[in-house]
Design a protein around this ligand. Structure first.
Ligand code: CP
Length: 311
């Protein structure tokens, strides 16, 4: 694997998914990362991605450096040809080439700005890393995708052993404007499996056709939940009215009453989660969220192992 920024970087996604529980059950392989280093670059906050990827790298013997760009580095300029006599001090072209000279693999987190759909969906920042890095690049969540999360989520579903599971991706409320990355990515990965996927969201929260093509969509959340094996909840802001949060009429919070409509379904969420907004305490406390969070470590380890073996 040369990079891990989308499912399209992976030759056999289902094989990679199977490697996650295998790593989890068979323990760590400490040699593959020996004398190799990983740089994790964050433009945005993180708990799970930061800690699980660090832990994964350490499990296989890698050294890890973490850089919080906005807090610790110079202000980065992204535009080419700019006369840099303003507030930016270092061009992305220089920063990425220097960072990649210090490591064997690089991870970068760069969220959508939700101001400009074209810039976000062209992955303006991530693509600068891909352009200027001389080492493989792993997405730690980009403007439109979160592949490490999706790999984890599919591995968590696979671990259940349910054949052809019925999976519902449900929009849920949130007080902030959030990107579509987790939802886009989940759809991109789940449609490659034997799962029966359904998408439910209020009107105005349609995702890009690029990710929903062929996926059944309903605006009736309760109808969608009937007989489901897994409910994956996530909030996202509008794609068409980009970054906005149109008003909705019904309450989309995931409750026990709604979960009771499922086939003893399991609740999933990538975390962090706003308790009693996205889902109630009772739903979260009986869910797979901690299993998902722990599986982030093994998913990152699977990705790092595949990248290091192809260096
Ligand atoms: N799910 C996830 O990516 O969590 P963090 O934002 O804490 O890394």
């Amino acid at each position: 694997m040369n990079n891990f920024t989308s499912i399209t970087d992976v030759k056999n996604p289902n094989k990679l998914v199977q490697q996650v529980p295998s790593i989890k059950n068979n323990g760590v392989e400490s040699k593959v990362g020996k004398h190799k280093s990983l740089a994790l670059i964050f433009f945005n906050p993180s708990l799970r991605t930061r800690m699980s990827t660090q832990k994964a790298a350490q499990n296989i013997g890698m050294d890890v450096t973490v850089m919080n760009i906005n807090a610790d580095a110079w202000n980065i300029e992204f535009e080419d040809g700019t006369i840099m006599d303003g507030s930016t001090q270092e061009h992305i072209k220089d920063a990425v080439q220097v960072i990649s000279s210090y490591c064997d693999v690089m991870g970068v987190r760069t969220f959508a700005n939700l101001q400009n759909q074209k810039e976000d969906y062209e992955e303006k920042v991530l693509n600068k890393f891909l352009e200027y890095s001389s080492v493989p690049v792993i997405s730690l969540e980009s403007a439109t995708l979160h592949p490490l999360q999706s790999l984890t989520d599919l591995a968590t579903i696979a671990e259940s052993g349910i054949q052809k599971p019925k999976v519902v991706l449900s929009w849920a409320p949130h007080p902030k404007k959030l990107p579509q990355a987790v939802a886009n990515s989940f759809l991109e990965w789940i449609v490659q499996t034997d799962a029966k996927i359904k998408l439910t969201h209020p009107k105005g929260y349609e995702l890009s056709d690029q990710f929903t093509g062929g996926v059944p969509i309903t605006h009736n959340q309760k109808e969608a939940f009937k007989d489901a094996d897994f409910i994956y909840a996530k909030n996202w802001s509008s794609y068409s009215n980009y970054g906005q949060t149109p008003q909705i009429e019904k309450n989309w919070t995931i409750t026990s009453e709604k979960m009771n409509l499922t086939n003893n379904g399991k609740f999933m969420h990538c975390l962090p989660i706003r308790r009693n907004v996205v889902a109630t305490d009772q739903v979260i406390d009986q869910s797979l969220v901690y299993k998902q969070a722990k599986n982030r470590e093994y998913a990152a380890q699977a990705v790092l192992k595949n990248i290091l073996e192809d260096l």
